[in-house]
Each structure stands twice: as structure tokens, then as C-alpha cells.
Design a protein around this ligand. Structure first.
Ligand code: NAD
Ligand code: G6P
Ligand code: MN
Length: 448
């Protein structure tokens, strides 16, 4: 069996140790010869890499382990780039969340004005990684889960059309895991799903077992009472705020009981409720810094001090095994059916062919082959047209350095009540992001 060389871009991410443990758990399915970490923050990466080097040495000493901030060393001789960078880190995420909230608007990592601000930072960072990959390992594939995936994917479609980048999200598989648990099934892999939408903006239309039995009625029975709340759940989305999100799926479901919704729709369909239940001073970024970040960095420090993983509480990110499934699909031409973010190109018949949509694809060595969805109903179509336009306008704003287009994007978002509120938020975000965004030019003289 051929052994692969992988670089994790964003080596200092809180998700890196869980993914390393997941890769080590899957060596029989996806063997590694080299595992490299790349990050542009040496100190942050060193803390995670110090521990991961020990983990790899204990579990699979034959794998060469490298952690570097030198792009040439990182991206030379790799088969896959697994990218999860966060340009601006949690400090900027906190501002993405808090600035809109100040104006009574949803403050969220990937949705609304905060997601657009993050997009304006992410595009350049992700392009940098793509450029390194293409320079040093032109045959490699990038599996990208850096957020906001919808905007990053649209930027790749438009500005890096020939790059081998696959954009993927873990929310559908996390929810499917919960659905499987509800049904008493051992694995989400027993579900065959039909799903369509944009990233963080989609619906399941059909869920069956391998024998073809319709599982939607039983899942709906659970969702109508409990949303996607289950007793054990996943180990990633554990905090009280995530529990609220999974509960709220019940109300989102009520709007269209023919489908099952992605949790992220709550931000667009119940923005007043979300704002009312947000703490303007302490948002999800604070919760993550006090929770996951402290935990992961603390555990890594312990491993380094002890020079051993004995007693370590770090756990494998089981649900992230979809990343191995994707790498395997490319490497071994498995034709696995997976949800990916791809150019619509007619798959949803009555939707913009150039929109980046999240739909089932058959994935082989030559990339994803999207499945046909057909026509979608007016409600979903209307929502998606508005949202895909927001995402396209953000990418145009980044490309052209256009203030107007970003203002239009924010005005068009279903989370924002008016152009004047959009403008106030935008002006604050420009100030907060001056080290990250391209300079935005105003196209018109402002009216006095
Ligand atoms: P984090 O801040 O802990 O880690 C991100 C790392 O990226 C940091 O170490 C940072 O220094 C590094 N980085 C930033 N800019 C960089 C650049 N230009 N080049 C190289 N490295 C750079 O963040 P996290 O919470 O662990 O999340 C990491 C990313 O994964 C985020 O984008 C998050 O949104 C994403 N994520 C996506 C999904 C999904 O469903 N697609 C799921 C979970 C996390
Ligand atoms: C889900 C989404 C990701 C997002 C993450 C945020 O998994 O699919 O796209 O980044 O949630 O989680 P956090 O714990 O950082 O708020
Ligand atoms: Mn996601």
C-alpha cells in the first residue's frame, strides 16, 4: 500500500491533536509516511506540535514528523494539504461576534456580518496556502475546512478555478451522527442521505437505511420534540450554547416539516431570538478560549512536561474521520458518496449554476461528481438566492476592494434589518480589521 505525506495547515489549531489521533486511528485505511505541521504562528504551533510529536512517536514511530513555519519545507513532497486556518485567531472571532451584536444583529463566526468579516480575512490566507501547495507539490490536493467555508469556496471557484481544492464541513456529519443515535444505529454511515443547500444553510430531503427504508418519519418524531438533542451526542459540540442550537432546530424544522434543517438556519430564520439570547460581552469566542483552547493547550503542555501521553485526556476526533474518507476517495478512487461544497452547474435545476452548493457527490481520483437534485421549492430557493448573493458580493468586495459591494452584502443578509445598520456595522468592522482586509474604496461621493 502506498504511504502518504500530509501537511496540516493551521498546525496550531485546537482541532489539530484530535485530527492527528484520528489519522493515527486510521493508518490501516490511510497509511502515512510523513506528517507535517505548518502555521504562521511559531509559538502557538510549537505547543501543539511538541505534544503531537510525542503522540506520533508512541503510536507510529515510523512516521516522519515535521513542524515548521517555512512554507518550502512544509509544502514540498506532500500528497494532501489538510487546511484549517483561522486568520486573525480567536481575538478577531470575538470582534466578529461582538460588533454586530452591539447593533442588535446576530454575532456569529460564519453567519451574518461577522462571517463576512471572517471571509474577508480568510480568502487571502487560504490562497496563500493554495499557492504554496501548487508551487512545491503541484500534484497535491487540498482538503479545506477553514471557515467561512461558503465564502472561501466561492473565492476558490472564482479566483482559483483550476486549483485542486475540496471544501467540506463537519456540521452535516455531526447532525447525521445524532440522527443515527436517535434511530439506535451504530454509525451515521448506515444512513444514505439526500441533502441540498449552501454551506451552513441546507436541508435533508430524504434519509434511508441501506435497504431503502425511509427513516425520515422516525427522525422527525424526535426532532419535533427534541430538535437534534441526544443523550451522548458528539464530543465536539458539547457546551450549553451548542445544546441550545440543537434544541432550536425544532423551531427551524416547524417552518418546513417536509425537510430536516441544518442547525445554522436558526441565525437567518430566528435572528431576533438569537440576539435576545446572546451575551454581548461574552460570546462563543470567549467560551471557546475558556474551554476548548485552554483544555487542548493544557493537555499538550502536560504531554510535553511528562514526555508521555500517559493519563492524557486528549481525545480522538472521531467525527473528523470524514476527512480520511475524503482523502481515501481521492487516493484510492473509492467513489464514496459525500456532501461537498461544489459549483452548482445545474445540479439544482432552478438555481444559479455558478453558486457554490453543498450537495452529495461521488468522489473519486478525479475529484467530486455532483449528484442531480432537481427543482427545489420556492421557500428554500428564495432564501438561498439571497444568501448566495451575499457570499458572491463578499468575494467581489475582496477582489475589487469595493466598500459598496461589502455594504450591499451586509444589507442583503437576512440577519441585518437595514442599510443604515449594515453601514454602522461595516464601518466598525473596517476599523477592527485594518490589519487583515484589503483597503476598501468608496465608489461614490457620500451624500451629506
Ligand atoms: P485556532 O485559532 O485554534 O487555529 C487556527 C490556526 O491557524 C492558528 O494556529 C493560527 O495561527 C493559524 N493561522 C492563521 N492564519 C494562518 C495563515 N495565514 N497561515 C498559516 N496558519 C495560519 O482555530 P480553531 O478553532 O481550531 O479552528 C480552525 C479552523 O477550522 C477555523 O477556520 C474553523 O472555523 C475551522 N473549522 C471548520 C469546520 C468545518 O466544518 N468546516 C469545523 C471545525 C473547525
Ligand atoms: C461546526 C461547524 C464549523 C464551525 C464549528 C464552530 O462544527 O461546522 O464550521 O467552525 O462548528 O465550533 P466552535 O466550537 O468553534 O464554536
Ligand atoms: Mn462547518
Amino acid at each position: 500500500m502506498k504511504k502518504f505525506s500530509v501537511v496540516i495547515a493551521g498546525g496550531g489549531s485546537t482541532f489539530t491533536p484530535g485530527i492527528v489521533l484520528m489519522l493515527l486511528d486510521n493508518l490501516d485505511k490511510f497509511p502515512l509516511r510523513t506528517l507535517k505541521f505548518y502555521d504562521n504562528d511559531k509559538d502557538r504551533q510549537e505547543k501543539i506540535a511538541g505534544a503531537c510529536e510525542i503522540i506520533v512517536k508512541e503510536r507510529a514511530p515510523e512516521i516522519e514528523f515535521v513542524a515548521t513555519v517555512d512554507p518550502e519545507e512544509a509544502f514540498t513532497d506532500v500528497d494532501f494539504v489538510m487546511a484549517h486556518i483561522r486568520v486573525g485567531k480567536y481575538a478577531m472571532r470575538a470582534l466578529d461576534e461582538k460588533i454586530p451584536l452591539k447593533y442588535g444583529v446576530v454575532g456569529q463566526e460564519t453567519c451574518g456580518p461577522g462571517g463576512m468579516a471572517y471571509g474577508m480575512r480568510s480568502i487571502g490566507g487560504v490562497f496563500e496556502i493554495i499557492d504554496y501547495m501548487e508551487k512545491y507539490s503541484p500534484d497535491a490536493w487540498m482538503l479545506n475546512y477553514s471557515n467561512p467555508a461558503a465564502i472561501v469556496a466561492e473565492a476558490c471557484r472564482k479566483l482559483r478555478p483550476n486549483s485542486k481544492v475540496l471544501n467540506i464541513c463537519d456540521m452535516p456529519v455531526s447532525i447525521e451522527r445524532r440522527m443515527a443515535e436517535t434511530l439506535g444505529l451504530a454509525s451515521r454511515k448506515e444512513l444514505v442521505v439526500r441533502y441540498y443547500g449552501l454551506n451552513h444553510f441546507g436541508w435533508w430531503t430524504d434519509i434511508r437505511d441501506k435497504a431503502g427504508n425511509d427513516l425520515m418519519p422516525k427522525i422527525k418524531e424526535h426532532v419535533v420534540k427534541n430538535g437534534y438533542v441526544v443523550t451522548s451526542g458528539d464530543r465536539q459540540h458539547t457546551e450549553a450554547t451548542w445544546n441550545d442550537t440543537f434544541t432550536k432546530a425544532r423551531d427551524v424544522f416547524a417552518l418546513d416539516p417536509n425537510t430536516l434543517p441544518n442547525t445554522y438556519l436558526q441565525y437567518y430564520l430566528f435572528p431576533d431570538y438569537i440576539v435576545g439570547h446572546s451575551n454581548k460581552e461574552y460570546t462563543r469566542a470567549n467560551e471557546v478560549m475558556d474551554g476548548r483552547e485552554k483544555f487542548v493547550f493544557g493537555e499538550c503542555e502536560k504531554i510535553v512536561v511528562n514526555q508521555s501521553t500517559e493519563g492524557s485526556a486528549l481525545h480522538v476526533d472521531m467525527h473528523a474521520s470524514y476527512i480520511v474518507d475524503l482523502a481515501r476517495a481521492i487516493a484510492y478512487n473509492t467513489h464514496e458518496r459525500m456532501l461537498l461544497i461544489v459549483e452548482n452547474n445545474g445540479a439544482i435545476e432552478n438555481f444559479d449554476p455558478t453558486g457554490m452548493v453543498e450537495i452529495p457527490c461521488i468522489v473519486g481520483s478525479n475529484g467530486p461528481e455532483p449528484l442531480s437534485i432537481g427543482k427545489i421549492p420556492q421557500f428554500q430557493k428564495g432564501l438561498m438566492e439571497q444568501q448566495v448573493s451575499v457570499e458572491k458580493l463578499v468575494v467581489e468586495a475582496w477582489e475589487e476592494g469595493s466598500y459598496q459591494k461589502l455594504w450591499q452584502a451586509m444589507t442583503l443578509s437576512k440577519t441585518v434589518p437595514s442599510a443604515s445598520v449594515a453601514k454602522s456595522i461595516l464601518d466598525d468592522l473596517i476599523e477592527a480589521n485594518k490589519d487583515f482586509w484589503p483597503t476598501l474604496k468608496k465608489e461614490q461621493q457620500e451624500l451629506e
